[in-house]
Design a protein around this ligand. Structure first.
Ligand code: SF4
Ligand code: SF4
Ligand code: SF4
Length: 263
């Protein structure tokens, strides 16, 4: 009996690592692998097509299901046509939005400068297309020969490694609030957990930038705000008409505020 983590890794090893989210899992292959291990149907990987659906059915000893269809025609290996993105560079305004969107860091360029796709690395996932404000990214057929099984494994391992590096970089950018936000935040915790299990990917460190406001801090802040409001109210009333009781209240509250602030 293998552990749940080992099972998720074996499922993930069969997925293409395109990280496109077409299976319905926005954050890519690993969350879908986890969902499959928990019982989700194993035929939803669109770029993997029937070969991946069948391989998963065999691994999990489940009945083989018809794979979700792609909009692209099938290649000779039974998978949908591989695609590549190309930027029409003379139209690019250098906004950098596509860089953050690319899960495998296949786009180079910097602010206000023309961007280019490193076509060898591009998986045709299409994630860079919607964020481009000037619609200058095209998809074209990948004319390279199809990889054999060994080449495919190497490619998938490389894409996985690049995606983990991308997640770590985006996590850092999120904390430093640099660059445009073009994609909902990735659930980094799951990837961080698996990054410690695999030698081939960088370990992802999840940093929490949320200031540590303890319940006591929050309570104190509310109490202080209430005190200040009461003091202001009394001061206003006393500026209109003197009142001994209110003056005494004001004195007590002011002493309380001073003691609290000095604490
Ligand atoms: S490659 Fe397949 S499993 Fe990975 S995100 Fe895309 S559809 Fe999902
Ligand atoms: S360049 Fe675009 S299509 Fe290619 S991998 Fe990156 S996001 Fe996907
Ligand atoms: S999103 Fe479009 S315009 Fe912006 S840098 Fe990328 S290709 Fe250029």
């Amino acid at each position: 009996m293998i552990s749940q983590i080992a099972l998720i890794q074996r499922i993930d090893a069969l997925l293409p690592q395109t990280q496109c989210g077409l299976c319905g899992h926005r954050d890519g292959c690993l969350p879908y692998a986890k969902a499959i291990a928990e019982g989700e149907a194993a035929n939803k990987c669109v770029p993997g097509g029937q070969p991946v659906a069948d391989a998963l059915a065999e691994l999990l000893q489940r009945p083989s299901l018809k794979a979700e269809e792609s909009v692209w025609p099938l290649q000779s290996d039974g998978r949908p046509q591989r695609m590549k993105a190309i930027i029409r560079e003379d139209e690019c305004i250098g906004c950098t939005k596509c860089i953050s969107a690319c899960p495998v860091d296949a786009i180079i360029g910097s602010g206000k400068l023309m961007h280019s796709v490193l076509t060898d690395l591009c998986t045709g996932c299409e994630l860079c297309i919607p964020p481009c404000p000037v619609d200058c990214i095209d998809l074209v057929e990948d004319l390279n020969s199809l990889p054999n099984e060994i080449e495919r494994t190497i490619e998938q391992n490389d894409l996985r490694q690049r995606y983990y590096a991308h997640i770590q970089r985006e996590e850092t950018r999120r904390l430093q609030r640099k660059g445009p936000v073009v994609r909902a935040e990735i659930d980094t915790a799951l990837f961080a957990q698996f990054s410690t299990q695999l030698d081939s990917v960088p370990v992802i460190e999840v940093a929490d930038k949320t200031p540590t406001v303890t319940q006591q801090d929050a309570k104190s802040t509310i109490e202080l705000a209430k005190l200040r409001t009461q003091i202001k109210k009394l001061e206003k009333q006393l500026s209109v008409r003197e009142d001994v009781t209110k003056r005494a209240q004001l004195l007590t509250l002011t002493e309380q505020l001073n003691a609290w602030q000095g604490a």
